[in-house]
Design a binder for this molecule. Sequence first.
Ligand SMILES: CC(C)(COP(=O)(O)OP(=O)(O)OC[C@H]1O[C@@H](n2cnc3c(N)ncnc32)[C@H](O)[C@@H]1OP(=O)(O)O)[C@@H](O)C(=O)NCCC(=O)NCCS
Length: 145
Amino acid sequence: MSVIKIRRLRAEDYPELVHLWLRAGLSFKPKGRDSHEAVTKQMEENPDFFLGAFHDGRLIGAVIVSSDMRKGWINRLAVHPDYRRRGVAKALVAEAEKVLRQKGIRIFCALVENSNLASKRLFKACGYVEHRNIVYFSKRDSDEV
Ligand SMILES: CC(C)(COP(=O)(O)OP(=O)(O)OC[C@H]1O[C@@H](n2cnc3c(N)ncnc32)[C@H](O)[C@@H]1OP(=O)(O)O)[C@@H](O)C(=O)NCCC(=O)NCCS
């Protein structure tokens, strides 16, 4: 089997990225922050924050990095079901941390649904500590954002 390569995602990868999210079972906000327009803008502003894992030119894994300047966040980690348990997510998390370290970030975080055992185990395997005493609060201008 040929090698899996990680590279920055570009605007033209958007259709494949959406396909991967849906195939991986991630939620998708087509009118909000996941719209073509929104993602293209985010990519333009932070070209190194969108990473994809490719096998034979096909997108089989992806992650979106974000930074609030104090901490770095690992978002939307997704691996195609046919490529799981091969270390793709681990490699994407390592690459995401590398991008954040280059920006001076030293704390890496992820929000994971409590029922998502695969993701919780993955982050533990990557050295992340689970904080059971923290509850996530958010406020949204609409359900679509
Ligand atoms: C979670 C997810 C990204 C993991 O991707 P992956 O490429 O299969 O993960 P890796 O192969 O890098 O796994 C590395 C380690 O994480 C742990 N792990 C990953 N998936 C696991 C699972 N289903 N069950 C138990 N442990 C798991 C294991 O320790 C694994 O090492 P091992 O295979 O040597 O035992 C993938 O299952 C996925 O896309 N899920 C749906 C989308 C999702 O929930 N994303 C996370 C949002 S926070």
